[in-house]
Design a protein around this ligand. Structure first.
Ligand code: GRF
Length: 207
């Protein structure tokens, strides 16, 4: 696994019992990762301690650098095998994993190490429009092609099947007859930015 950001991090061991530490996994742009990190910056209870990606060229690394959060790239086989990633998560004392635009299926060793402590956001109203291959604009186009009048977001726990874990929260937006996939994506992103950090906070702090 390769470290992308080069600055050093100050890990405050003394308040480790009080601070819930989150690792975000992202494969692409990472606008949600940045929004979540900004929401918790300055928080005494929740910290985004780490960003991990399966893609070295993912823009999320640039965002991590700007935010002062260490970021790493791993290979798919490291993810499937689990040991190195779990060791890194232990080093950073991670309590919860948040998937924000992360495209790989979470491997068994990681699921087993974080039972009910992995949360994903899906850009549609599950159980519809989920599953393997349903990501990005494909989801929004499928919603339009199906003639849906509403779409939205689903925040859910992660289990061994794509997009099938228990749903924690959903919010909706209108889909208008002349909406394109881009329009729907914009509306969905707005919902994500508004709700995802608050739901993460509730789950992580159990409130
Ligand atoms: C979001 O729409 C999220 O719901 C989906 O992938 C997209 C990621 O966007 N899983 P970004 O990388 O956070 O901008």
């Amino acid at each position: 696994m390769q470290k992308n950001c080069t600055f050093s991090v100050f890990l405050c061991k003394n308040n480790a019992r009080f601070m819930k530490k989150i690792a975000i996994f992202a494969s692409g742009s990472g606008s949600n990762a940045e929004n979540i990190a900004r929401y918790f910056s300055g928080s005494r209870e929740v910290e985004i301690s780490l960003i991990l990606s399966n893609r070295k060229d993912a823009f999320v690394h640039e965002r991590a650098k700007k935010l002062g959060i260490p970021s790493y790239t791993f290979h798919k086989n490291e993810f499937d095998e689990g040991d190195l990633i779990l060791e890194t998560l232990r080093q950073y004392e991670i309590d919860f994993i948040v998937l924000a635009g992360f495209l790989l299926k979470v491997s068994q060793p990681i699921l087993e190490a974080f039972p009910n402590r992995i949360i994903n956001i899906h850009p549609a109203l599950l159980p519809k429009f989920g599953g393997k291959g349903m990501y990005g604009d494909r989801v929004h186009q499928a919603v339009i092609d199906a003639g849906e009048k509403v779409s939205g977001i689903s925040i859910h726990y992660v289990n061994e099947h794509y997009d099938e874990g228990n749903i924690i929260f959903q919010a909706t937006c209108e889909v208008l007859p002349d909406d394109t996939a881009d329009n729907v994506a914009r509306k969905v992103h707005e919902l994500e930015y508004k709700h995802f950090p608050k739901i993460i906070e509730k789950v992580v702090l159990n409130i």
